[in-house]
Design a protein around this ligand. Structure first.
Ligand SMILES: Cc1cc2nc3c(=O)[nH]c(=O)nc-3n(C[C@H](O)[C@H](O)[C@H](O)COP(=O)(O)OP(=O)(O)OC[C@H]3O[C@@H](n4cnc5c(N)ncnc54)[C@H](O)[C@@H]3O)c2cc1C
Length: 482
């Protein structure tokens, strides 16, 4: 993975920069020691690592503003970081950057049940937002599988989703406002405790902008009343394509389950060995969950089971009680850990129209033969968000390169099928060079102009999202302006 060379003039200014930062931050908020900065050398895409010049851990919007103003004056790049669980290398540092970690900014600033909102600092973990409103019977809907660790700031930057996003939408559908600190230290409020933006919808630009436009320090989120109940059904098929067709038919019928999850045989086998959830051995498993009152659940599950039966399932198991429901989810929730125990894998993330599922799954199977690498599929099928896991041997010379080439072809397939390169994990460095498969040069230029407005000196989160060749001129001009 190519990254721009560090700027020697910035490296030489490390001591002065640290001194200026220490003038506005407490001693424990500036990490200069090389061994300690290694804690920030990568995110969950661990194949690429680089310790930053410095790491800073602010506690307030004012501290973030001071840090950015100083880095702006010094011409030093800044990489915002939440919990570092990005799978796309979105929080990967460069050697001449300051990592700005928001993890210490984890407070709840306001809860307002009457207006169904919560305002939090963006270092707060996703799961602990629901935790803060649980007693009042509320919850925060977006539920990435990493929710125990990942932070709201990272969720906003990546527009994260999760199993329940089929019904509740992804982060952008549950975000009402942000406090954003621009690269020069200016603090702006975008959106607020209301449903619509006055003026241009800049919130939609910030959500999913991968730390390119500013650092989000506070967020106003929509919270929802917990449903009366929920019940999953497990459906097994003897082919991926038939399972894909079943998903497509459920969506076409207009039923709105809260989640439709898909696992294929390699994944089922790994999960069963790991979690012993009692899954049947078949080619493809669906977990479909509905929620509401007992009558609503019965009605929706009735329709789903009828559709499932029309595709001749080899297994159909409705959860009778909470214990059975827990067992149905157990394997799926352990999927990534289970796969990691048996093989090295690369987790892809692309989105397709749901009706293309049978075709895309068949093509992935054919390409797996062509490239000679197995693929395990586990994903949020209801909203067309695919996570093919390409299995490879990290110790076998050449396997990683074949895996990367295969991964690129799968992502291009998603685009050809009418979908896009990014599902929930963003572009980061992982899909940066594939952007030209999705966008024309003119489209990309329009996106770059938005970046120019928010961050004219191109200092925020360098070398992510846009192909390096496309941004080279802007980066060189920014460096020359120092
Ligand atoms: C096991 C596992 C399961 C996962 N499952 C899911 C899933 O189901 N759904 C899903 O969507 N993702 C999933 N992910 C990916 C990841 O958890 C999400 O992308 C998450 O939103 C990243 O949050 P973070 O706080 O860790 O961000 P980081 O990794 O720290 O950063 C991610 C990006 O956000 C930027 N950023 C972070 N904080 C801020 C801020 N305050 N202001 C501006 N920019 C900021 C960074 O610069 C970077 O570009 C999973 C990851 C793992 C490891």
């Amino acid at each position: 993975m190519e990254m721009p060379s560090p700027n020697p003039a910035i490296l030489a200014r490390k001591a002065r920069l640290a001194e200026r930062l220490l003038a506005v931050l407490p001693d424990d908020a500036v990490i200069q020691d090389e061994a300690e900065t290694r804690a920030y050398e990568c995110d969950a895409l661990t194949a690429y690592r680089c310790p930053p010049l410095l790491a800073v851990l602010p506690r307030s919007t004012q501290e973030v503003s001071d840090i950015l103003r100083i880095c702006h004056e010094e011409g030093v790049p800044v990489v915002p970081r939440g919990a570092g669980t990005s799978l796309a290398g979105g929080a990967l540092p460069t050697a001449d950057c300051v990592i700005l970690g928001v993890a210490r900014m984890n407070g709840v600033l306001e809860t307002d049940y009457g207006n169904r909102i919560i305002r939090v600092q963006t270092g707060r973990t996703n799961l602990s937002v629901s935790g803060a409103v649980e007693e009042a019977d509320f919850f925060y809907a977006p539920d990435p599988s990493s929710q125990l660790a990942c932070a709201i700031g990272g969720n906003i930057a990546m527009n994260s989703g999760g199993a329940h996003c089929l019904k509740y939408g992804v982060t952008t559908n549950n975000l009402l406002g942000v406090t954003l600190v621009m690269m020069d230290g200016t603090v702006v409020e975008i959106g607020g405790a209301h449903l619509d933006a006055g003026g241009l919808d800049l919130l939609g630009v910030i959500c999913g902008s991968e730390g390119q436009l500013g650092v989000v320090t506070e967020a106003t989120l929509r919270i929802l009343r917990k449903p009366e109940g929920a019940r999953p059904v497990l459906i097994g098929y003897d082919s991926n394509e038939v399972a894909g067709a079943c998903v497509s038919d459920i969506i076409k019928a207009g039923v709105l389950p809260v989640a439709i999850e898909f696992m294929d045989r390699p994944c089922i086998e790994a999960c069963e060995a790991f979690a012993k959830a009692g899954y049947p051995m078949c080619e493809a498993l669906l977990i479909v969950e509905v929620e509401g009152s007992p009558e609503e659940i019965d009605h929706q599950l009735g329709l789903i089971i009828e559709i499932a039966r029309s595709h001749n399932p080899v297994e159909l198991r409705e959860a009778g009680d909470a214990e059975e429901a827990g067992r149905i989810w157990l394997g799926r929730k352990s999927a990534f850990g289970a796969m990691g125990q048996i093989n090295d894998y690369m987790c892809l993330d692309g989105t397709i129209p749901v009706s293309s599922l049978p075709y895309v799954l068949r093509r992935i199977g054919e390409m797996s033969q062509e490239f000679g690498l197995d693929v395990a599929n586990v994903f949020h099928a209801g909203d067309g968000n695919m996570h093919p896991l390409i299995l490879f041997d990290a110790n076998k010379p050449g396997d990683l390169e074949i895996c990367e080439a295969f991964g690129a072809e799968i992502l291009k397939l998603c685009v050809e099928a009418g979908g896009c390169l990014t599902g929930e994990h963003g572009v980061g460095i992982e899909k940066r060079d594939l952007m030209l498969h999705q966008y024309s040069a003119t489209d990309l230029e329009a996106q770059l102009k938005v970046k120019d407005v928010f961050d004219p000196r191109w200092l925020l989160n360098p070398a992510k999202v846009f192909p390096l060749a496309v941004t080279e001129g802007r980066r060189t001009a920014a460096m020359a302006a120092e």
